[in-house]
Write a protein that binds this ligand. Structure first.
Ligand SMILES: Cc1cc2nc3c(=O)[nH]c(=O)nc-3n(C[C@H](O)[C@H](O)[C@H](O)COP(=O)(O)OP(=O)(O)OC[C@H]3O[C@@H](n4cnc5c(N)ncnc54)[C@H](O)[C@@H]3O)c2cc1C
Length: 355
């Protein structure tokens, strides 16, 4: 049996061998494969598009299961209630968004161009350009490995937060308690987008923040902005061989935020007077500019670096290992602590490694 390298299954193109590898193309196949691994007491790594994973160079010794179920079903569609659509976990996220925009299902257009599978979107409450999936998810059907039973979560039961949900909080070493089978979205019908909440996107569209635009235009502008930052997966662009943003934007108290220079970007960070900071700005201002790490004398030997288009992505320039990616991440994290006293935390799941 040939051994599958996780580097071939991840967008960062790093990671060692899988103990065993299989693909599940339907809900029944997912449940069967998960049960088989659990009954055998084997560690299990669930993988969708591999765009939010950084796996050890030693690989993953257990069973790696790729979720490859495809398609979606429209449950109901009318002008009052909108459309209720149930998407299979393995269905490519951006293909679904493209379909939604084309068919005037509004609400996910700002999430265009995010790599990966739909089943992973509720895990970290995928978001971009002022939107996240918590705004449109109605329910998530899962396989509960602890109880060996199907469990459906409503939106409020998922306890969505910034890049967070119950599904993520119950995942240990990439092994989730709840394996997502399908995701149900509730989307209003119409050619107009949800209100555009992100200033840069509103400017690009020529609308005020909070106004709506044509969803088609929103998708086009989001894809353009994302591509300019290396945030649309492209096999020909090394700046996209990453996990997207490597660090989450830190959420700090007003007191900590007040210590930063006046020009530091600040956003509301949820309740209790918390402030969300820009990790990209902190990294840049701590002296780590675009392309940091490209120098062959740097910690990674130039094999891994910050993207040349954006300071928040750590990229594989060709031939990088997971250790190389982490070496860059550590240098950046430590530099930001030294300069601002703020610790950045990784956004991707780290499997078999620590930062
Ligand atoms: C170029 C680029 C740009 C990106 N931009 C963004 C962005 O704008 N916003 C954003 O939020 N993210 C972004 N990401 C990160 C990533 O694309 C998202 O987090 C995406 O949802 C991950 O999907 P995936 O299928 O690739 O998940 P994977 O990387 O395969 O898995 C990620 C985690 O989810 C778990 N998981 C996957 N499928 C299931 C399932 N069916 N059931 C239970 N657990 C599951 C895995 O076990 C793992 O823990 C970007 C990544 C890249 C490479």
């Amino acid at each position: 049996m040939t051994q599958i390298q996780l580097s071939t299954l991840t967008t960062a193109a790093v990671g060692g061998p899988a103990g065993s590898y299989s693909e599940a193309r339907s809900e029944a196949e997912i449940i069967d494969a998960v049960r088989a691994a659990d009954d055998a007491g084997r560690p299990l790594l669930i993988i969708g598009g591999g765009s939010n994973l950084l796996v050890s160079d030693d690989g993953f010794p257990g069973a790696v299961l790729k979720i490859a179920s495809q398609g979606f079903t429209v449950n109901a569609e009318d002008s009052c209630g909108g459309v209720s659509v149930v998407v299979q976990a393995g269905h490519n996220w951006d293909a679904f968004v493209e379909h939604a925009v084309k068919h005037a299902w509004s609400g996910v257009e700002a999430l265009s161009g995010i790599p990966g599978a739909t089943g992973a979107t509720p895990v970290q409450n995928v978001g971009a350009y002022g939107a996240d999936v918590s705004q449109t998810i109605a329910a998530v059907r899962t396989w509960d490995r602890e109880r060996s039973a199907v469990k459906t979560f409503t939106n409020s039961e998922l306890k969505f937060g910034y890049r967070d949900s119950v599904l993520k909080r119950t995942t240990v070493n990439g092994s989730p308690r709840y394996v997502v089978l399908t995701v149900e979205f509730q989307l209003p019908l119409g050619r107009m987008s949800a209100p555009v909440r992100y200033a840069e996107l509103a400017r690009a569209l020529g609308v005020e923040q909070g106004q709506r635009a044509y969803a088609n235009d929103v998708r086009r502008e989001v894809l353009r902005l994302r591509a300019s930052k290396g945030m649309v997966w492209d096999a020909g662009d090394r700046d996209t061989y990453s996990t997207g943003s490597f660090f989450t934007n830190p959420i700090v108290t007003g007191e900590v935020a007040a210590r930063l220079p006046e020009e530091a970007p600040r956003y509301p960070g949820g309740g209790d007077g918390l402030t969300k900071l820009s990790a990209a700005w902190l990294i840049d201002q701590a002296g780590f500019g675009k392309g940091f790490g490209l120098d062959p004398d740097s910690v990674s030997g130039g094999r891994a670096s910050l993207s040349t288009k954006h300071t928040l992505a750590i990229t594989n320039r060709g031939g990088a290992t997971t250790a190389d990616m982490l070496a860059v991440a550590r240098e950046v994290r430590d530099g930001v602590v030294e300069r601002f006293g703020i610790e950045l935390h990784p956004e991707p799941l780290l499997i078999g490694v620590e930062l």
